[in-house]
Ligand binder design. Structure first.
Ligand code: T3D
Length: 258
């Protein structure tokens, strides 16, 4: 069985982690495939938005703990540097939005991957679990960076230290997920949002993602200057001219990415 599924429809790529019997736990092979897929998507001009989800009842249960028990297992720090961190950076550097269709539990590095998405849509049965402490580890794959920024320091500390699952409804209440929907419509809902993004001006979407990401480490002065520079880039695109023309003509814009 293929451990990673991929399809593109209407300029939206859907990447599905596909080890449902192991709650889509991450093996070396699956991590390598996921990273390769993110690179492939980044080079495919036909893809304007990505949906990331899991097969079966879980989004992703993090590191495959059976693989970790093998006598020749890669040391933890090496595995994080060589496989987990590149995945997280590829997601954040991808110049297209990633919509997480969180179809079930997102645990350990699976939660970190959910946090690294640009927008999260959760199934009613989904939950987020910083399972690391339960096995004597620290949150990794960006969890300690994303979570305080996404939900605030107090909630991040509670989730990271206590390791209690957070329900989809609680996640929605604190803004971690954009919407909670029935399980059987979570992928369709995520695809619908991705399709809306795919209709937008690609360079403006990419630069917006970039600017929001940069704001987490810049001063207001630096950010204001960056916005000016990015606006200079966006303002010079054909899509900006098309956006204005469509407004004046009272018609929907047709953005080409130029
Ligand atoms: O190690 C490194 O390289 C460093 C990187 C670390 C990053 C990390 O992600 S560390 C955190 C690793 N993940 C976990 O600790 C979570 C482990 N899983 C769980 O705690 C539970 O499975 C869940 C709370 C996620 C779900 O519980 P439940 O009761 O709904 O399902 P279950 O019965 O525990 O699991 C169902 C099956 O999935 C089961 O297989 P079986 O017995 O039916 O054959 C179980 O073994 C398998 N499974 C679940 N999680 C993992 C897993 N198999 C391998 N690795 C897993 N992480």
């Amino acid at each position: 069985m293929e451990e990673l599924l991929f399809d593109v429809a209407d300029r939206v790529a859907t990447i599905t982690l596909n080890r449902p019997d192991a709650l889509n736990a991450l093996t070396i092979g699956l991590k390598d495939e996921l990273l390769a897929m993110l690179v492939q998507v980044s080079n495919d001009p036909a893809v304007r938005a990505v949906v990331l989800t899991g097969a079966g009842r879980a989004f992703c249960a993090g590191q495959d703990l059976h693989e970790r028990l093998k006598p020749d297992a890669v040391p933890l720090d090496e595995e994080i540097r060589e496989r987990y961190n590149p995945i997280i950076l590829a997601m954040r550097h991808l110049d297209r939005p990633i919509i997480g269709a969180i179809n079930g539990i997102a645990a350990g590095a699976g939660a970190s991957i959910a946090f690294a998405c640009d927008v999260r849509i959760a199934a009613e049965n989904a939950s987020f679990l910083l399972a690391f402490g339960r096995i004597g580890l620290v949150p990794d794959s960006g969890a300690t960076w994303f979570l305080p920024r996404l939900v605030g320091s107090a909630k991040a500390t509670e989730l990271a230290l206590l390791g209690e699952p957070m329900s989809a409804s609680d996640a929605a209440r604190i803004g971690l997920v954009a919407k909670v929907v029935p399980a059987d419509s979570v992928v369709a809902e995520a695809r619908a949002i991705a399709a809306r993004l795919a209709d937008m001006a690609p360079q403006a979407v990419a630069l917006t993602k970039w600017a929001l990401q940069a704001s987490w480490t810049t001063s207001l002065e630096e950010q204001l200057e960056m916005e000016a520079q990015l606006q200079g880039i966006a303002g010079a695109t054909a899509d900006h001219a098309e956006g204005i023309a469509a407004f004046v003509d009272k018609r929907p814009p047709r953005f080409t990415g130029e």
